[in-house]
Design a protein around this ligand. Structure first.
Ligand code: GLN
Length: 565
C-alpha cells in the first residue's frame, strides 16, 4: 500500500512548495523508494495553456502533451518521474469531470455537491497515482485560508481516514520572518497558519519553516509547543543560493529520516554525492559564460523557468556559471543589436507567441550568424533564424511566418494543416479556425538526426540518431523553401521520422548556430544536463572573446564523476 505526503502552504505564497515537494521526492528516491508527485491547483482554468505567462509563468509540457503547471518541471528535474496528464489537476478539471458525469446521469438522481462529489473526485485522482509506487507526494496550490482550496483540503483530510493514519504525512510550509525593528525571528505567522489548518481538521506532522537565518533551538521548541508537534518535526528551511541545495538542507534537518520513521519504512540513508557536486559547481564554478536571453517577458523570468534551469544545467556540465543578460527584443528594435549583444558569449532566443518583439529577435539571429556568436534558437527562436536567413541570404526580403504576416508572399514558416502524427499513429488535421486551448502540436515526438559530413552539431551533441523531444507550437518550417535555403547553406539536421517536418536547423560554417522546433529545456536535469544545452555552453566558453570577469581555466576534470566523460 502506498503512503501519502500532503504538502500545504501557509502565511504567504511563493515559499517554494514545488521545490520542497521535489526535494522530498529526491530524498525518498535516494532512499530507494519509488515516488510519484502531483500538483492540485485551486483555479478554474482547465489547464494553464491559455493563461498569460505574466500571470502563471511558464507552461510546462509533459511527454503526453499536457500543458501544465511549472512545478511539474521541478518534479521531473529533481526526481526520475515523468509527469503526465494525471500529475496536475485544477479545480476546473475536477469540476469538469463531475459535471460531465452528472450530464451522463452517472449520479443516478442525486443532488451533486462539493462534499461528497467534488471531494470524492479529488480523492480518486490522488489515489489513481499510487499504482506501483511507495510514496505519493501531493502539493496543494495556494495558501491556507484561501476559499477556493477548501475542497482540496477536505479531500486530503478524508484520505487519512480512508487509508489509515500510519499511511499519511501532512507537511505545512510556512514563513518565519525576521523583523528588523525588533531584531528577532517571529513564530506567530506559523502558529496562526497551523491554527487555521487545524480548524479544518488537519494537524500537520511537520512544519517547514522558511527563514533567512538559522532557526535557533528555542524558536523551534516554541513552534513545536504551539503547533502541537515534536521538536524534531520543526524543520528549518533556510534560504539557499541555489534551489538544488534544498534537498541537502532538508536532509540535514532530518526530514526524510522523520518521514520514513513515521511511515515505518526500512531504508538506507540517501547518497547525496551528486547533489553536492551540482551545488559545488553552481557555487564555485571554474568558468563563466554570459548568455543573452532575447525575449519579451524579461521582467518576469518565471515565464522561462525550465529554460533558465536548463542553461544552468549546461553550465553545470561545463563547470561554469551562467550570467544571464536579459535583453528586451523590442529594445533591439529601437537601438540595434550591437549595443545589447556585442559583449555576450552566446545568444538564446526562446519560444514565444505573437508579434511583439519579433523583428528584434530576427535581428538577434542575424547578428549571431554574422558575428559568429553561438546561437541557440528554441521553437520561435528557430523560426526567427529561418526567417532571417531567407530574408538576408536567400533574397526573399518579405519572408516571414504566417503567424506574424498572414498575407506574406514568402511564408517560410506556416500553418501546416495536415501531418502524420507519430505519437497518435494517424493523420492529424488542423482547422485554422479552431479554439486556442490544447490545439497545438504538443508533447513528445520522435526525431531522426542527420549525422552528415561534416558532423552536425545536433548529432555530435546527442551522440545518437533517434531522439524524442517535446513540442508546443502551431507553425512549421515550410517545405516549399527547403531546397532554396539548403542550397544557400542551411543544414537540416533533424527531421520527423517520415522526413516531413523540419525539427532542427544549423549553419555549419559557424562556431555553433542551432535552432530546434522543440523545447529541449523541458527534459534537462541538474544531474543529467541536456546535450544541446551542454554543447551550447561549451561553444560559448570556447568562443569567449573577453576574459570578464575572470580568466578561462581548463575544466576541472574529476574522473568517475557523472559529468566527466
Ligand atoms: N508561435 C510559434 C508557433 O506557434 C512558436 C511557438 C513556441 O515558440 N513555443 O509555432
Amino acid at each position: 500500500m502506498a503512503k501519502y505526503i500532503f504538502l500545504t502552504g501557509g502565511v504567504v505564497s511563493s515559499l517554494g512548495k514545488g521545490i520542497a515537494a521535489s526535494s522530498i521526492g529526491a530524498l525518498l528516491e535516494g532512499r530507494g523508494l519509488r515516488v510519484n508527485l502531483q500538483k492540485l491547483d485551486p483555479y478554474i482554468n482547465i489547464d494553464p495553456g491559455t493563461m498569460s505567462p505574466f500571470q502563471h509563468g511558464e507552461v510546462f509540457v509533459t511527454d503526453d502533451g499536457t500543458e501544465t503547471d511549472l512545478d511539474l518541471g521541478h518534479y521531473e528535474r529533481f526526481t526520475h518521474i515523468r509527469t503526465n496528464i494525471a500529475s496536475n489537476y485544477t479545480s476546473g478539471k475536477i469540476y469538469f469531470n463531475v459535471i460531465t458525469k452528472e450530464r451522463k446521469g452517472d449520479y443516478l438522481g442525486q443532488t451533486v455537491q462539493v462534499v461528497p462529489h467534488i471531494t470524492d473526485e479529488i480523492k480518486s485522482v490522488i489515489m489513481a497515482l499510487s499504482h506501483g509506487v511507495d510514496v505519493v507526494i501531493v502539493e496543494i496550490g495556494g495558501t491556507i485560508g484561501d476559499i477556493e482550496s477548501l475542497p482540496f483540503l477536505e479531500a486530503i483530510r478524508q484520505i487519512r481516514f480512508d487509508v489509515g493514519k500510519e499511511n499519511v504525512f501532512y507537511i505545512h510550509l510556512t514563513l518565519v520572518p525576521y523583523i528588523h525593528s525588533a531584531g528577532e525571528l517571529k513564530s506567530k505567522p506559523t502558529q496562526h497558519s497551523v491554527k487555521e489548518l487545524r480548524a479544518i481538521g488537519i494537524q500537520p506532522d511537520a512544519v517547514l519553516c522558511r527563514c533567512d537565518r538559522p532557526l535557533p533551538d528555542d524558536m523551534k521548541r516554541k513552534i513545536a509547543l504551539h503547533c502541537n508537534l515534536d521538536y524534531e518535526a520543526v524543520i528549518g528551511a533556510l534560504d539557499v543560493k541555489t534551489i538544488y541545495e534544498v534537498p541537502l538542507v532538508l536532509h540535514e534537518e532530518g526530514l526524510d529520516e522523520l518521514i520514513v520513521r513515521v511511515f515505518n519504512l526500512q531504508t538506507r540513508p540517501p547518497d547525496l554525492t551528486v547533489w553536492k557536486e551540482v551545488v559545488r559547481r553552481i557555487k564555485e564554478p571554474v568558468n563563466k559564460a554570459v548568455i543573452a536571453m532575447v525575449g519579451k517577458y524579461i521582467e518576469y523570468q518565471d515565464a522561462y523557468k525550465s529554460l533558465v534551469d536548463a542553461l544552468i544545467h549546461g553550465g553545470i556540465a561545463n563547470d561554469a556559471e551562467i550570467v544571464f543578460q536579459w535583453v528586451d527584443a523590442e529594445e533591439i528594435e529601437r537601438s540595434g543589436p550591437n549595443v545589447l549583444l556585442s559583449e555576450v558569449d552566446g545568444i538564446l532566443v526562446p519560444g514565444g507567441f505573437g508579434n511583439r518583439g519579433i523583428e528584434g529577435k530576427i535581428q538577434a539571429a542575424r547578428y549571431a550568424r554574422e558575428k559568429k556568436i553561438p546561437y541557440f534558437g528554441i521553437c520561435l527562436g528557430m523560426q526567427c533564424a529561418v526567417i532571417e536567413f531567407a530574408r538576408n541570404v536567400c533574397s526573399l526580403p518579405t519572408a516571414n511566418s504566417s503567424e506574424f504576416d498572414e498575407g506574406t508572399a514568402d511564408a517560410v514558416i506556416y500553418l501546416m494543416e495536415q501531418w502524420y502524427d507519430f505519437r497518435k499513429g494517424r493523420i492529424e488535421k488542423r482547422n485554422p479556425e479552431s479554439a486556442k486551448g490544447g490545439t497545438m502540436r504538443l508533447g513528445a515526438y520522435p526525431c531522426t538526426l542527420v549525422s552528415g559530413i561534416p558532423e552536425t552539431k545536433a548529432y555530435a551533441a546527442y551522440g545518437r540518431d533517434e531522439i524524442s523531444e517535446r513540442h508546443r507550437h502551431r507553425y512549421e518550417f515550410n517545405n516549399k523553401y527547403r531546397e532554396l535555403l539548403q542550397s544557400k547553406g542551411l543544414v537540416i539536421s533533424g527531421l520527423s521520422p517520415d522526413g516531413e517536418l523540419v525539427e532542427i536547423i544549423e549553419f555549419i560554417n559557424h562556431p555553433w548556430f542551432l535552432g530546434c522546433q522543440f523545447h529541449p529545456e523541458f527534459t534537462s536535469k541538474p544531474t543529467e544536463p541536456h546535450p544541446l544545452f551542454r554543447s551550447f555552453i561549451e561553444a560559448a566558453l570556447k568562443e569567449k572573446k573577453h576574459l570578464f570577469p575572470y580568466e578561462r581555466k581548463p575544466l576541472r576534470a574529476e574522473k568517475g564523476h557523472p559529468y566527466v566523460t
